[in-house]
Design a protein around this ligand. Structure first.
Ligand code: MEV
Length: 435
């Protein structure tokens, strides 16, 4: 029977590993070897990674790839992508090349406002709370002076505090809805610190407010929102329909089928989820490579996809006057300073590769990557199907699973050039080679 461990976080890394091996593994030596294989030989670099989180025992590698030839707003980029999915970088590269020959991507930032809330409980007269808020608002704002001094100097900071009565949705529920401009920072720490200060000032002031008799407002919690529909970016590609003509299909048929596929994703949730997942293949990969918070982006983007009361496509397509237009509009709270962006050497490298963009430029690059990914997926889906390209890229994973030698791999790559790849076909082929 296993026993719980106490004081785990206080143990040294070696002690943690020893405990894990003794508690959960029979083949301790083999496991220890794997854990240690992933250490960085540079002690300082390893320490940096160990310091990112609690209880780090090793590093977890993911491939860092690059999709070149992204023409965005007239500039050529090689976009860094961190992902484990075989076909993602290849698909982005193909889409980038396709649009490079057709005018490239354009994008624009629509808005950059972030937000957070102080959530309140209050069971008294709503008018009294409203009056209290109006009277106290200048003090709430002034209490942020020290916290937002630097941010304000750079042109950002708190934009406004709004009082919301949400008691019809949930009894006794009120809110201080706060909006912020955080410039090149994603801003989570800044926003949360401001919100907690506002909450403290609010509570202190409420204690002394005579008009609250027994029923005083109480702060339940203060936290930023990862739903940022006022931090929006749009990216687009367009060309004449005839310029979409490819080997296997005319431009007209391709555009018609493409728009139809997008409209299906706009009207059917099951398809929309997979459609948007494909978009996030591109978005997350760049967000991760640049040291940004992909969970925050994921949560906010999916909520935005459901903003009309049902979950639909994040991309749109149309043909008008012989022009095919395909675009994405989505909320992205990203940073190019703070967080891991300069701390993780590879995040720093990714940003350098992108020519050190500011947050607005990064939003545009990420949106273009998402649009490219979706274009590649829909292009395959409405023509040759997804598996051809996907399995071709997955072939090496199957060969590695089968522990193929380099000669076997070489032969298999040649063999499957013209033949469709499936797990069993590769397995049979390797078996034949071996017998
Ligand atoms: C696979 O990771 C993503 C796709 O399923 C996206 C889509 O269906 O649009 C290919």
């Amino acid at each position: 029977m296993r026993q719980p461990v106490s004081g785990f976080s206080k143990k040294s890394k070696e002690q943690k590993i020893e405990w894990l091996l003794a508690t959960y593994f029979k083949d301790a030596d083999d496991v220890k070897k794997i854990i240690q294989q992933y250490y960085n030989s540079d002690d300082a670099l390893q320490q940096l990674h160990d310091d990112f989180i609690e209880n780090a025992i090793t590093n977890y590698f993911l491939p860092f790839g690059v999709a070149p030839n992204f023409l965005l707003n007239g500039q050529l980029y090689a976009i860094p992508m961190v992902t484990e999915e075989s076909s993602v970088v290849a698909a982005a590269s193909n889409a980038a090349k396709f649009w490079l020959e057709r005018g490239g991507f354009t994008s624009e930032v629509i808005s950059t406002v972030k937000n957070g809330q102080v959530h309140l409980d209050y069971y008294g007269d709503a008018n009294v709370l409203t009056e209290f808020f109006e009277a106290t608002k200048p003090k709430l704002i002034a209490s942020l002076d020290a916290l937002q001094k630097n941010m304000k100097r750079r042109g950002g900071g708190l934009l406004d505090i709004e009082f919301l009565d949400a008691s019809e949705t949930l009894e006794g529920y009120f809110q201080l809805h706060c909006t912020f401009e955080t410039l090149d920072a994603m801003g989570a720490n800044f926003i949360n610190s401001c919100l907690e200060q506002i909450a403290t000032t609010f509570t202190t002031e409420a204690q002394n407010y005579k008009a609250f008799t027994q029923k005083k407002p109480r702060v339940v919690m203060s936290i930023l929102s990862n739903y940022v529909p006022e931090c929006l970016v749009r990216a687009e590609v367009h060309c004449k329909v005839e310029d979409l003509t490819q080997k296997e299909v005319s431009g007209e048929v391709f555009a018609k089928n493409f728009v139809r596929a997008i409209n299906i994703a706009k009207s059917e949730t099951r398809r929309a989820v997979t459609h948007n997942k494909g978009i996030m293949n591109g978005i997350d990969a760049v967000v991760l490579a640049t040291g940004n918070d992909f969970r925050a982006v994921e949560a906010g983007v999916h909520a935005y996809a459901a903003k009309n009361g049902y979950y639909g496509s994040l991309t749109h397509a149309q043909v008008e006057d012989g022009v095919f237009r395909f675009w994405i509009e989505l909320p992205l709270a990203l940073g190019t300073v703070g967080g891991l962006t300069s701390l993780h050497p590879l995040a720093k490298f990714a940003l350098q590769l992108l020519q050190n963009p500011n947050a607005r430029e990064l939003m545009q690059l990420v949106a273009a990557a998402g649009l490219a990914q979706n274009f590649a997926a829909i292009k395959s889906l409405v023509t040759v199907g997804i598996q051809k390209g996907h399995m071709k890229m997955h072939l090496m994973n199957i060969l590695n699973q089968l522990e193929a030698s380099s000669t076997e791999k070489e032969k298999a790559l040649k063999h499957f050039k013209e033949i469709s790849v499936s797990h069993s076909a590769v397995e049979n082929y390797i078996e034949e080679l071996r017998s």
